[in-house]
Design a protein around this ligand. Structure first.
Ligand code: GDP
Length: 366
């Protein structure tokens, strides 16, 4: 019965998964993020994709359009409300951030340059993800660099591979199999995702490989759909939306006309204007009223310096800029909590400050 209740809740009330892109410098993380933002979206009308603070939000309808061609064959029933992709690919400090005991991102894309294989930072990211139990897919990027690759713009990767000459395919297979071997040397079993067997999918340590080109877009649909599938099938428990506030400070920034602001990633729960929020600083906790909750305007073209949309209330998962007094010394990477009607302020302060110890432990062990 309990299981059935759980299942019923999942259908209606998943929050969107938080995705982070990692990997060695120059593997194509930034280009891949750009490409994900633009695939199948007409230039200049990026409907259903909104810029948030520190993240890009993809509506469910956008995910469906972006993966439509691939999904003709996959027929995956997407129930996620959307997806939140963090905007700072490879940003170490971000990947270090945790939100009260759990890693902030739900699922990751680890980008490997197919021409170079596994490089140092990729290996480090790989072990970080493994240690945290964060599921990830490996993008074997720059597949278009294979000898005489024939461009198949934004196509599902299997269709694109069918268009290639035998020599190109041979190079692709040999490079992909090198990457697989190198992953194995790091203790990671992997396979090209469509060659994975049912057992491999069941095995949570097994990693799917997706060939991509961040320039011409082959395989980008595949990455998106795979992330959705992993999130929906394997992570639904952790994605069940819950009213308890789970939020982490990404950055503290001075903004003209607004003073000191704090960029916050709200994973779960609500933040409201007027809430008494508790933040962590090196000098102790501060309690301050939230005076504003801001997100950038929906369209980039409209962006005029410091023009933001003001919200009375926001719901996770979402990136938001918080205005309040006394935020100067707030520490990135710590939690934000709100004092509720039944809470003792001292308890909340203690809970927020416990993050500092965890963060310091974390920094000294990483
Ligand atoms: P990052 O450091 O991982 O963010 O890498 P960038 O996205 O800045 O890309 C590094 C370089 O590789 C740039 O010159 C890109 O144009 C190039 N690049 C990235 N992805 C691809 C790809 O899929 N194919 C090709 N041919 N070049 C790529």
């Amino acid at each position: 019965q309990e299981k059935a209740n759980l299942a019923a809740r999942t259908r209606d009330d998943l929050r969107c998964p938080i995705v982070v892109i990692m990997g060695h410098v120059d593997t194509g993380k930034t280009k891949l993020l750009d490409k994900i933002r633009k695939t199948n979206v007409q230039e200049g009308e990026a409907g259903g994709i909104t810029q948030q603070i520190g993240a890009t939000y993809f509506e469910k309808s956008t995910l469906l359009t972006q993966t439509a061609r691939l999904n003709e064959t996959e027929k995956f029933d997407l129930t996620l409300p959307g997806m939140l992709v963090i905007d700072t690919p490879g940003h170490e400090s971000f990947t270090n951030l945790r939100s009260r005991g759990s890693s902030l991102c739900d699922v990751a894309i680890l980008v490997v340059d197919l021409m170079h294989g596994l490089e140092q930072q990729t290996i480090e990211s790989l072990h970080m993800l493994k240690n945290r139990g964060t599921p990830f897919v490996v993008a074997l990027n720059k597949v278009d660099r294979c000898y005489s690759w024939k461009t198949c713009k934004d196509m599902p990767i299997r269709e694109a591979l069918k268009e290639q000459a035998e020599g190109t395919l041979q190079e692709f297979r040999s490079r992909a199999s090198d990457a697989k071997l190198q992953l194995q040397e790091q203790g990671v079993n992997s396979n090209i995702y469509w060659e994975m067997g049912d057992d491999d999918w069941e095995n949570s340590d097994f990693v799917p490989l997706v060939p991509t080109s961040a320039i011409t877009g082959e395989g980008v649909q595949d990455i998106l759909l795979l992330l959705c599938q992993i999130a929906q099938r394997k992570l639904w428990k952790q994605l069940m939306w819950c009213a308890n506030l789970q939020a982490t400070v990404l950055e503290v920034k001075a903004i003209d006309g607004l003073g000191m602001t704090v960029d916050v990633l709200v994973v779960n729960g609500h933040l409201r204007e007027g809430d008494r929020a508790v933040f962590c600083t090196l000098e102790g906790p501060i309690v301050t009223e939230i005076r504003g909750l801001l997100t950038p305007p929906p369209s980039r073209e409209m962006r005029i310096k410091s023009e933001y949309i003001h919200h009375k209330e926001i719901k996770g998962a979402l990136g938001v800029k918080v205005i309040g007094n006394g935020l100067e010394k707030v520490m990135a990477g710590t939690s934000v909590l709100v004092v509720g009607p039944d809470d003792e302020v001292e308890d909340i302060k203690a809970e927020v400050m416990s993050d500092l110890t965890k963060l310091q432990d974390k920094l000294s062990t990483d």
